[in-house]
Design a protein around this ligand. Structure first.
Ligand code: BLA
Length: 517
């Protein structure tokens, strides 16, 4: 198999990244039962910093290894349920064996308490970076941003200043979980602009996106470090320790290979959540190892949340305006309908018409007797064939159909991509006698990917058959037959309009029946 094949996403999605059984080596981990505080597992490096005479400590209480004040703070947190869902207990401490100060974070998850002790790495170059943060000023700038692009640029710049990465990117997912770098702030001497490039959904597979929806940030100090295994992780029939919320979880080796191919060593990603959906990631890149202290990591997460809120405001405002305009047009169309005997004329003549809805460039109504068209549409015979096709192919009870790639459905009008790459259609009533429809043209169709999106699968067999692609050279795809997508609320509005038409048609028929009967 030498030919490039599309990646089988299920291969990437199967890696259980929440239970890697190892952590990054600058930390030490203890996992204990959340009720008894008995130690269940510990990282192989734990004896280096904690009472070695107690090793192996499995079965002992956390108090055997940690200061009493910290263990009681953990107990209090457990009782008050303030250690779950990613919430952390944070302390700094010095340990009898070592002089350095450690950062301690503890959290509870799935019946375990997980304690992480973090030592800042010794290499001085790893500390040089972070500049003091003026969070208030950063938030003010974000609030003043008028557009999404502007807000994203400000966020990238401020978070880079705060964390000291050589590059910070704002990465945004589309509806199919492909993504695009929409803003980037980086050191001038790194000739590697990723801005405007697209990346396929398989670069950040489904289980990773699910995990990032729960746990909000990841920091890798050194891509090439050797992970430290958890000892006794799967012993005595225990389920492996779930590291979903662990700060020092070791990341997927496949992803670390991807980072190598990108030329990235130290890295970060912080989840950008908008209306409970993973909207994107704030991504940090560094060509050398890079350490970010816990308090700076927390501040970067807060600022990312500030950005997410601004996104929600900006997108919400734009959506609200567009919906208001549609409701207004819809209201005028329905009022027109009720005053008219001829619903076809009422929706296609004068102002407004069907064409004022949904950003369509063509629209029309197909009935038994007539095909009435406005704007740029396929010719009448094709439109009638399309209506027949829809009548046949929609499942019973379905009244609407929507697509941005009509050509993929082998529909009768599909040959006319110029006028009808996108189709939104709604039958009037369950008899499917009349059809309202809207069309949109093919959009200028090149997508610039950061590397050939079909190339992540390399020849091979077994579990290592899937590798991240090696090249991030710009790769231009000519995309044919795609229109811009239709928002779901537009489909709902089209169905409502069809309902209103149904009411009018019924009333008119009753009137005719009365007159003739
Ligand atoms: C995770 N992939 C990720 C992450 C990013 C990307 C940001 C989050 C982890 C982190 O914090 O670094 C991808 N990085 C990108 C993209 C850009 C970038 C798109 O800078 C563009 C600007 N990856 C593959 C393939 C597989 C794969 C083929 O390309 C699977 C076979 C897997 N990516 C993969 C996995 C993770 C991941 C498993 C989760 C890593 C983890 O959290 O353990």
């Amino acid at each position: 198999r030498s030919r490039a094949e599309p990646v089988d996403p299920s291969l990437c999605e199967r890696e259980p990244i929440h239970i890697p059984g190892s952590i990054q080596p600058n930390a030490v981990m203890l996992a204990a039962d959340a009720v008894t505080l008995q130690i269940l597992a510990f990282s192989a490096n734990a004896a280096d910093v904690l009472a070695p005479e107690q090793f192996p400590p499995t079965g002992l209480n956390l108090e055997a290894l940690l200061p009493g004040a910290i263990v009681s703070a953990i107990r209090d947190g457990l009782a008050a349920h303030t250690l779950t869902d990613g919430r952390l207990l944070r302390r700094t401490l010095t340990l009898p064996l070592r002089e350095e100060r450690f950062h301690l974070v503890a959290h509870a998850h799935l019946g375990r308490v997980i304690v992480e002790l973090e030592l800042a790495p010794e290499r001085p170059e790893d500390f040089l970076t972070a500049s003091p943060l003026d969070a208030e000023l950063a938030m003010m700038r974000l609030r003043a941003a008028e557009t999404l692009t502007e807000a994203a640029q400000i966020a990238a710049l401020e978070i880079r200043a705060m964390t000291g990465f050589e590059s910070v990117l704002v990465y945004r997912f589309d509806a199919d979980w492909n993504g695009e770098a929409i803003a980037e702030d980086m050191v001038p001497d790194w000739q590697r602009p990723l801005i405007g490039l697209r990346f396929p959904a398989s670069d950040i597979p489904a289980q990773a996106r699910a995990l990032y929806t729960k746990a909000k940030s990841r920091f890798v100090i050194d891509r090439d470090c050797v992970p430290v295994p958890l000892v006794a992780d799967r012993s005595a029939g225990n389920a492996p320790i779930d590291l979903t919320f662990a700060q020092n979880r070791s990341l997927s080796p496949i992803h670390l290979e991807y980072q190598r191919n990108l030329g990235v060593d130290g890295s970060m990603s912080i989840s950008i959540m908008v209306e409970d959906r993973l909207w994107g990631l704030m991504i940090g890149h560094h060509r050398r190892p890079h350490y970010v202290a816990p308090e700076t990591r927390a501040a970067a997460t807060v600022l990312t949340d500030g950005f997410a809120m601004r996104v929600q405001e900006i997108e919400g405002k734009a959506l609200w305006g567009e919906r208001q305009r549609h409701l207004d047009v819809q209201g005028r169309l329905v009022r027109g309908l009720t005053r008219s005997d001829d619903f076809v004329a009422s929706l296609t003549q004068g102002s407004p018409t069907l064409l004022d809805l949904f950003g369509a460039t063509g629209a029309g109504i197909v009935s038994d007797e007539s095909v009435c068209l406005v704007g740029a549409t396929p010719e009448a015979a094709k439109v009638r064939a399309l209506a027949d096709w829809l009548r046949e192919s929609l499942a019973p009870g379905e009244t609407t159909f929507v697509t941005d790639t009509l050509v993929l459905h082998h529909a009768p009008a599909a040959a006319d991509t110029e006028n009808a790459s996108g189709l939104l259609a709604a039958f009037v009533g369950s008899s499917r006698q009349h059809l309202l429809f809207w069309v949109k043209p093919e959009v200028p169709s090149t997508v610039t990917w950061g590397g050939d999106p079909r190339k992540p699968v390399l020849p091979g067999s077994g579990p290592v058959a899937v590798l991240p692609r090696r090249s991030f050279e710009r790769w231009i795809e000519e995309r044919r037959g795609h229109s811009t997508p239709w928002a779901t609320w537009k489909v709902a509005l089209a169905a409502q309009l069809a309902d209103a038409v149904d009411g009018v048609v019924l009333r008119q028929r009753r009137k005719i029946d009365e007159l003739t009967g």
